[in-house]
Ligand binder design. Structure first.
Ligand code: PBG
Length: 395
């Protein structure tokens, strides 16, 4: 009889209790997640682990935090470190070797730190939803709380090792001074706050401060309409690097990617790739979305920024029908020469976004960015040559 047959089948009460996750855990090896060792890097890795866990709760995950070469050498100016063959793997070299060997399955990066060209057998597997991409002004605790980039004392020294940041600020605020400031976010804040600090303020990515829960240190959000600063390519977005042939991982990552961020950041990266800039070349960008019929967007004021961004993202207008606004600037190191361009366009895929980025690069070059970049490259070669001489004298 049907009922007798049915009662012979295993039911929840007569099988050995075993949750689906236990059996799956035995079946699948853990996913090894690589990251750098800073507090921020580890928070980022945990947020990716969480996103993966939510999407694939039956899998297990390990986070492996590795000390990068760029974190070890705190003396050589960044501009010189990013020279030659190994330039591109300064922050990611060790991790990439582990990924290639299969010791890791994914690496979590700040997209900003990822070179536009990856090793042959590795790819960018996924770009996650972007956090605030803007730069932020963080002032010394000795200055009045409402101090902004325009009300800093004359000749104030800004701590930053980013020539993109320094060049853009030199261009607009000629009295400001700049001094090298390296280390992870905590180190930089510590140097700003120290009794004998030479710095009146520093510039950091808002995303990093927000992820660290230190949003309250932000005195001013900088953007095209606020302080006249464009952020770095990919700033504020997390990216995952995987082995090119790891189809299973590609499939898994599809569940945690963000199409909007992928399109915006791909346009930025295509632009950078076409200009052949290394990480320290002064190229600033800003991508925002404009939602169809009159929905507000952009970067009108620091306060409106989040509101407008959310308004467009939550609007009924489909992503395909929204317009991507890509602003870009190339600045000479001294801030005296600059070329800007703004393009507004619907992009219906990552590929279309990349084409848009390349087109903007072409326009910038035609407008004179070629001369600015040429000069920077000559100066870089000089610095590299000097560094080589130093090394050969020392060894
Ligand atoms: N240069 C290091 C770096 N790489 C990414 C971030 C911030 C986080 C992000 O962009 O996602 C930072 C720190 C900073 O610039 O303040």
């Amino acid at each position: 009889m049907a009922s007798a047959t049915a009662s012979n089948l295993p039911t929840p009460s007569n099988i050995t209790p075993q949750s689906p996750s236990t059996s799956a855990r035995a079946q699948f090896p853990p996913i090894n997640i690589g990251t750098r060792r800073s507090a921020l890097a580890q928070i980022q890795a945990r947020s990716v682990e969480k996103a993966l866990k939510d999407a694939y709760p039956h899998r297990t995950y390990n986070i492996c935090a590795v000390l990068a070469q760029g974190d070890k050498d705190k003396v050589t100016p960044l501009q010189q470190l990013s020279q030659g063959e190994n330039a591109k793997s300064l922050w990611t070299g060790e991790l990439e070797t582990m990924l290639e060997k299969g010791e890791l399955d994914i690496i979590v990066h700040c997209l900003k730190d990822m070179p536009t060209q990856l090793p042959d057998n590795l790819i960018l597997g996924s770009i996650l939803e972007r956090e605030d991409p803007r730069d932020a002004l963080v002032i010394s605790p000795r200055l009045p709380k409402n101090t902004t980039i325009t009300t800093l004392p004359p000749n104030a020294t800004i701590g930053t090792s980013s020539i993109r940041r320094a060049a853009q600020l030199r261009r607009l605020y000629s009295t400001l001074q700049f001094a090298d400031l390296r280390g992870n976010v905590g180190t930089r804040l510590g140097k700003l706050d120290a009794e004998d600090s030479p710095f009146a303020a520093i510039i950091l990515a808002a995303a990093g401060l927000k992820r660290l829960g230190m949003e309250d240190r932000i005195s001013q959000y900088l953007s095209s309409d606020n302080g006249g600063m464009l952020h770095a390519v990919g700033q504020g977005a997390l990216a995952i690097e995987i082995r090119k042939n790891d189809d299973a991982m590609k499939e898994m990552l599809n569940k945690i990617r963000c199409e909007r961020t992928s399109r915006a950041c791909s346009s930025e990266r295509a632009l950078l790739r076409a200009l052949e800039g290394g990480c320290s070349v002064p190229i600033g960008v800003e991508t925002t979305w404009r939602g169809g019929n009159g929905v507000a967007t952009g970067t009108e004021t620091a306060q409106d920024y989040d509101k407008n961004r959310k308004a467009v993202e939550d609007s009924q207008i489909k992503l395909d029908d929204q317009e991507l606004v890509l602003k870009a600037i190339v600045v000479s190191v001294d801030g005296k020469d600059s070329v800007e361009h703004v393009s507004v366009q619907k992009v219906r895929s990552v590929e279309e976004a990349e084409t848009m980025g390349r087109d903007v690069a072409k326009t910038l070059l035609e407008k004179g960015a070629d001369k600015i970049l040429e000069k920077i490259n000559i100066e870089k070669q000089w610095a590299a040559k000097k560094k080589l001489e130093e090394i050969s004298v020392a060894s």
